[in-house]
Design a protein around this ligand. Sequence first.
Ligand SMILES: [Zn+2]
Length: 413
Amino acid sequence: MTKRLYYHDTFLHEFEGTVTDVINGDKPAVKLDQTAFYPTSGGQVFDTGTIKGDAGEARVEQVEETENGEIVHYINPADFENVRPGMKVRGTIDTFRRRDHMQQHSGQHVLSAAFERLYKMPTVSFHMGAETCTIDLATAGVNDEQLKKAEVLANQIVFENRPVGIRFVSLDEAKTLGLRKLPDVGKDELRLIDISDFDLCACGGTHVETTAQIGMILVRKLEKVKQGYRVEFVCGDRALRAARKDFEALTQAAALYSAALGEVPANVRKSLEEIKAGQKQQHKLMEELAEFWAERLVQTTPLKPEEGLNGAPGIKLVKQVFADRDLGFIKLVAQKVAKHAGVVALLGTTQGQAALVFSRSADVNVDVSALMKEAMASIGGRGGGSKDLAQGGVPEAGKVAELIEQVASSDRL
Ligand SMILES: [Zn+2]
């Protein structure tokens, strides 16, 4: 078993040790007789740093614990030559990263205890991410008011700068102390983190000495998860960075509206309402415009000179290329043209993605999807639709008018 120096002194950033084992492989690693490096466990992530001995220095990139209680320091493969079994080393952990983890982990204990004290909501899991942390509360519901009150109480405990103690007790003794959470692992001796008169919890993590070192505890998000509710939060320096980022984003939004920060939500709401109303109005105008176009095209198109088959009336062949209207619009026109009797419409657009749209009236016996397939086959394009309405993309906008003329002279019409 590796002796865990961080169990007793979480502010120990430098220590002496001896290399007990060197592991070669894809991820080379060393074991030490004792270490201040924290291995990933209990929701807290590992420390990083260096170990330095006579043979040189090795960068510690990851630290994990084995099932039998040994701590494995994974080192940068490039530094493998710098470690030897039996070598005396000086370990140095990255202090900023450790402090960050301590702020998050101690903050978690305080926040979890606040939910437990106020609402009897137990914490069932804790996750420390690179940017934020989460706890999962086993509860059927949490409302915004409860969230706020737990955050206020947690920060109150921070402001009171309460001592945070570490002590070791037997499992039997621990059972009499009313711990917030008893671990399920069968250990004879438990390490307790004692936030004075507020929270007592079995934990192997690294913690602050007094609650003020946690800094601000900021709740960021609440979401429903399978086992209850997940609360996202950040503490200390992360809280400062998160608040700064929010402030900058909000300041930019406020500048766009020439408004005060607090007026941003009302301005955004108003903008969204205006956009919605504008879109509705635009849709209505497009419908009207398409109606006018359809009307005009049908009125100004002469009957195809030759009579239809067996003396049936001839059809009107409506042809038009739109350079300034999109596919959605010409489809609308095609549909409206088809409402008139005896018409086939061959429409094209060169705005954006060039395309063709063909349609026919219900009383005309022409399969426009067959016309579209022919047109597409001649340019290697793709298109399809029904006998009444078909569309296809044209790779070259310059070909649109030409294709329409080609289809207009088809034997099928
Ligand atoms: Zn803990």
